[in-house]
Unconditional design. Sequence first.
Length: 187
Amino acid sequence: MPFYVYERIERENEYIFNKISIFKAIPRRIIKPKLDEIKDICVKDKCGWKLSSDDITNSLINNNSELIKGPKYVLVIDLKPKNREAVSLFQIENIYGYSYKDWTPLCLELREVRDERYVYVKDIENQKNNVKVDKKTFQVKIYEFLYIQMGLESGKLNWGMVGTVNAALLWPDAMRYFIEKCIHFTE
């Protein structure tokens, strides 16, 4: 599940996404600074937090000297990078986390950039480089739950092994936080 930096250009009825580069080490470069920031204000070794779209844009600029302030940079996930017959790109709009002492379940609020099957196979990578999205399509929010193996005090900044399911088991306090902060937006 690779992550990419795209420049998102807003037009009257559409967004244009232009791929700039791959973005590696999301936990270390975006999530770890947030954990360091909130560590001292959390109660009882656990707390909820959020990285907004603007926070993500600022992190992308801070982590890449080639990006300049001004354009809207966004983080896009390629959910099916090895599939030669489908394009499945989603922008990360917000990241919600609920950190415990040694692990952090995450809820990614996504927006569809492009999700279709049976694309022109010879040109699949080029179809991921420049994408036009109708603003109405882009309004739908989609959620993905996963976790990292690091919390407020210890752990490693790992998603889980490549090729394995990275499912998060949510205890009531974490689930309550996600319902309050992101699930209610779907109504």
